[in-house]
Design a protein around this ligand. Structure first.
Ligand code: PGA
Length: 253
């Protein structure tokens, strides 16, 4: 198995440039010792990306992510940022399809598939988010729902390109709510996602795909979640805003 163990911090719309600089400093000083197969990813807002890139320049296995990009390369799209612009300042990953983007900004599966292509075209990697609402979980149809999100967003890719995809399973009912999927619920869905990848791209590709869990992951529950065989790390929101908590989760990995 050669898949990476990844802990990614999604700051969402938090931290001005000074606060962000301090948080990156604190993370760097928190004594992380990353093995070759471990990565840490930090996803600040656009305004902190360039400074964070310079702070991270000499650190091993710590990468920068953007939280979004536009699907077009350039043009009359006021307020948007292209994948090429992100690549230019040293971004390695872009988060695509976060539930907040889908819910509040109307990002459809079709738009997300175009965004995935735009990121890959710039030789960056995608952290592709999927996740069901509480209603879907209660109806018991979450597996089919996640399958549709993944098929529509990712399965137009060929096998060689799919290598640059990390999948984050983020049940919406667990994001920022303090509710966490149980270890069993996370493992069950991650195994389902891996089986979808295996059916489409083969067992080796599935084995090499990192699948992260997101949704109220914190130092106290990270070790349990990360001990599940198909959980390869986390996409962390709230707890990534406090260096000690984020470092605690990384150390649990
Ligand atoms: P949370 O957010 O850790 O605050 O629940 C996770 C995410 O949305 O990435």
């Amino acid at each position: 198995m050669s898949r990476k163990k990844i802990v990614a911090g999604n700051w969402k719309m938090n931290k001005n440039i000074f606060e962000g600089k301090q948080l990156v400093n604190d993370i760097l000083e928190s004594g992380l010792e990353l093995r070759d197969d471990q990565e840490v990813v930090i996803a600040p807002p656009f305004t902190s990306l360039e400074l964070a890139a310079s702070q991270l320049r000499d650190s091993k296995n710590i990468y920068l992510a953007a939280q979004n990009c536009h699907q077009e390369a350039s043009g009359a799209y006021t307020g948007e940022v292209s994948a090429e612009m992100l690549k230019g300042i040293g971004v390695s990953y872009v988060i695509i399809g976060h539930s907040e983007r889908r819910q509040y900004f109307g990002e459809t599966d079709a738009i997300l598939a175009l965004k995935v292509d735009a990121v890959l075209k710039q030789d960056m990697k995608v952290i592709f988010c999927c996740g069901e609402s509480l209603e879907i979980r209660e109806a018991g149809t979450q597996n089919a729902y996640i399958q549709t999100q993944i098929e529509n967003g990712l399965f137009h890719l060929d096998e060689a390109t799919f290598k640059n995809i990390v999948i984050a399973y983020e049940p919406i009912w667990a994001i920022g709510t303090g509710l966490t999927a149980s270890d069993d619920q996370a493992q069950e869905m991650h195994a389902h996602i891996r089986s979808l990848v295996a059916a489409k791209y083969g067992a080796a590709a599935a084995d090499n795909t990192s699948i992260l869990y997101g949704g109220s992951c914190k130092p106290s529950n990270a070790a349990g979640l990360f001990s599940c065989p198909d959980v390869d790390g986390g996409l962390i929101g709230g707890a990534s805003l406090v260096a000690a908590d984020f470092a605690g989760i990384i150390k649990a990995r």
